[in-house]
Design a protein around this ligand. Structure first.
Ligand code: PGA
Length: 252
């Protein structure tokens, strides 16, 4: 049985004091409840160290939303995987569609980030997913296959034990549209098959594959009950303690 994982992607929201308050309230809530899921909060970079301190010894983990594609040096404005790790954060999201679309992050660049993050000792939450046009043209499997194959090229079987995959159909992110449980299951099973072909059963049986895209307390339970859906990547609903807790409870 794979443990459910719920990741809150805060995107570019909350100022530092608001972020600390939100993390503290989620953490306190979970300390006082019977929660079976692993919960990861991904606030903006500026909050990582403070939030890691706030939740120390608690029931949640901290992650970043991105990292640089080089290890160090003259890359003004960038944040390296090792810097993220030094804040106390343990996870990093790589390849979110907003990074692919607004910052033109290619599969090649994302592959470099995956390798650097794993080498720095972070767990990687690797996002993939098709845009609406690709689904309408029935190219969704071809697109996700390319994203996975290129994203993990040269990543070895041991490193895969620190990888989580997030399937986020781009048309469902922040739109209120959600994939049906059947659509999510179909793609998750496909991703698991790709991983088996490359790494064998020992990796794919343990690999968590999360669904992301307009998850809410009201729809999360049905999606998470699918056999290959191991939890969720939550955007908008991760910014309100009540909604986020509702989604975590749906994973129990
Ligand atoms: P959403 O975002 O839950 O607001 O659709 C999900 C994500 O982008 O990770």
């Amino acid at each position: 049985m794979r443990k459910k994982i719920i990741v809150g992607n805060w995107k570019m929201n909350t100022e530092l004091n608001e972020g600390i308050k939100l993390a503290d309230s989620i953490n306190k809530h979970l300390i006082n409840s019977a929660c079976n899921a692993t919960v990861v909060l991904c606030p903006p970079f500026t909050h990582l160290a403070s939030i890691s301190e706030t939740i120390k010894g608690g029931s949640v983990f901290v992650g970043a939303q991105n990292c640089a594609f080089e290890a160090s040096g003259a890359f003004t404005g960038e944040i390296s995987a090792a810097m993220i790790k030094s804040t106390g954060a343990e996870y990093v999201m790589i390849g979110h569609s907003e990074r692919r679309i607004h910052y033109n992050e290619s599969d090649k660049v994302l592959n470099k980030k995956v390798a650097l993050a794993l080498n720095a000792g972070l767990k990687v939450i690797f996002c993939c997913g098709e845009i609406l046009k690709e689904r309408e043209e029935n190219r969704l499997f071809e697109v996700v296959k390319r994203q996975i194959e290129e994203g993990f090229s040269n990543i070895d079987i041991e490193q895969m034990s620190n990888v989580i995959i997030g399937y986020e159909p781009v048309w469902a992110i922040g739109t209120g549209l959600t994939a049906t449980p059947e659509q999510a299951q179909e793609m998750h099973a496909f991703i698991r098959k790709l991983i088996t072909e490359k790494y064998g059963n020992s990796v794919d049986n343990n690999l968590p594959i999360l669904y992301g895209g307009s998850c809410k307390p009201s729809n999360a339970g049905e999606i998470f009950s699918q056999p290959d859906v191991d939890g969720g990547l939550i955007g908008g609903a991760a910014l309100k303690t009540e909604d986020f807790i509702g989604i975590i409870e749906a994973a129990n």
